[in-house]
Design a protein around this ligand. Structure first.
Ligand code: FAD
Ligand code: NAP
Length: 346
């Protein structure tokens, strides 16, 4: 018998803080137990949600089927050389603590990704990114359990098909693979990545004239994020609610003509627009509707003031989506995952 718990409250297990009840819940602390669960799923029609830190999920009041809470723990150093450090980390380890551990050991490369909530196992799902670094820049391979065959595999970085807040796990073959561990390639050579202006300025302030180190980058990212983003322990949120949209050069040129202050960045043959700027320009910054709203320091973040729920967020997100579309002709895409999936009506 698998150690299921019935009707478990998930309110503390999702960073929006939405009241939510899982029909069945199981804590996964070993690969063996996970394989038993997958075996059970081969004889069941129950839906399965793999839950990490719940920081990229929009849960409904009732979550049908099984919630498997990933708690696999452990870190392993596979190689330590000056140029390359290979670090394998289990899926249930906390992301930020992993970054902090690496920086403290002098293993560099993850510092721009400090203070992102959630687990290591969820990081490849949307190829987490911040301040000019994405997970894919530091990953060698991802160890997975393929639920079709209930067998373990290592996927190379290329096989993961990472994209902008996207991967094989999210859009091409969603739900097929459960991530067990991630192996990172880091370095002991300090190479701060300071493309983002706010980060560069904060680092310069911290370094006070001496050479900027990865530790400065780590501290600067933490300081900026603490000042600008709501702490989910105090104000429920899932970080950026929409992805930054990409437009072609001619659309960008037209938009710039009408909105000279538009914030956009050229990347290869397209332009990435700052979704937060578009939302703010539509007047939503600080806007509140019922128990949910738009954060007053960053319009890309939707917040739960306490009694909010998924229906309220969905309504607010729809309002924002329509406003941005009407004004700029740009369709925003929701970044976090609605679970269960939304049923879209015409
Ligand atoms: P969950 O929310 O639990 O799950 C997310 C998805 O991953 C779900 O589909 C789930 O089923 C799946 N999943 C989880 N674990 C596994 C696994 N082991 N195997 C297979 N599937 C799995 N994101 C960024 O990219 N950059 C940021 O800078 C950033 N900043 C944030 C700041 C705040 C304040 C918040 C609240 C969120 C932020 N996020 C950011 C979003 C979020 O933290 C990340 O997407 C994070 O990786 C989600 O991890 P999680 O463990 O909480 O995943
Ligand atoms: P910001 O620094 O105010 O920048 C606004 C937007 O402009 C960002 O979305 C960023 O795109 C883009 N940008 C800024 N400088 C850039 C540069 N030099 N090159 C390319 N693009 C640039 O953003 P912020 O809200 O404070 O967030 C800071 C970082 O943390 C961003 O990277 C953001 O993605 C990340 N973050 C992510 C989440 C999430 O949930 N996904 C939540 C909070 C913060 P990018 O978003 O593509 O980087």
């Amino acid at each position: 018998m698998l150690p299921f718990q019935e009707r478990v409250e998930l309110t503390q297990l999702n960073t929006f803080g939405f009241y939510s009840i899982a029909e069945r819940y199981i804590k996964i602390e070993s690969v063996d137990l996970l394989q038993q669960l997958v075996d059970h799923q081969h004889h069941s029609t129950d839906p399965l949600l793999v839950l990490g830190g719940g920081s990229n999920l929009i849960l409904d009041d009732e979550v049908p089927g099984i919630v498997a809470h990933m708690r696999l723990r452990g870190k392993q150093l596979l190689k330590v050389a000056q140029d390359e450090v290979l670090l394998k980390v289990s899926a249930g380890e906390a992301w930020h603590e992993t970054v902090e551990y690496a920086v403290n050991q002098g293993f560099y490369g993850l510092e721009n990704l400090a203070l992102i909530p959630g687990t290591v196992g969820a990081a490849p799902i949307q190829n987490i990114g911040a301040y000019g670094v994405e997970l894919q820049d530091r990953v060698v391979s991802v160890e997975v359990l393929d639920i079709h065959s209930n067998s373990l595999h290592h996927l190379t970085k290329d096989q993961c098909q990472f994209g902008y807040r996207d991967s094989l796990f999210k859009s091409l073959d969603p739900g097929r693979y459960i991530i067990l561990s991630v192996t990172f390639a880091l370095t002991r050579n300090p190479t701060p990545q300071l493309d983002y202006l706010a980060l560069k300025e904060q680092c310069e302030m911290l370094a006070q004239g001496v050479t900027i180190t990865p530790k400065h980058v780590f501290e600067a990212v933490c300081a900026i994020r603490q000042a600008k983003l709501p702490d989910p322990n105090h104000l429920g949120n899932v970080g950026s609610f929409f992805k930054n949209p990409y437009v072609d050069p001619s659309t960008y040129a037209q938009l710039m003509e009408s909105y000279p202050n538009l914030v956009g960045f050229v990347e290869a043959d397209k332009y990435k627009l700052a979704a937060g700027w578009l939302i703010e320009a539509c007047g939503f910054k600080g806007y509140r509707s019922k128990s949910v709203g738009v954060y007053d320091k960053q319009a890309l973040v939707l917040v739960n003031y306490g009694q909010g729920n998924r229906a309220q967020i969905e309504a607010l997100a729809g309002q924002i989506y329509r406003s941005v579309l009407e004004r700029f002709g740009v369709a925003l895409e929701v970044e976090p995952r609605y679970y269960p999936a939304l049923i879209l009506s015409e």
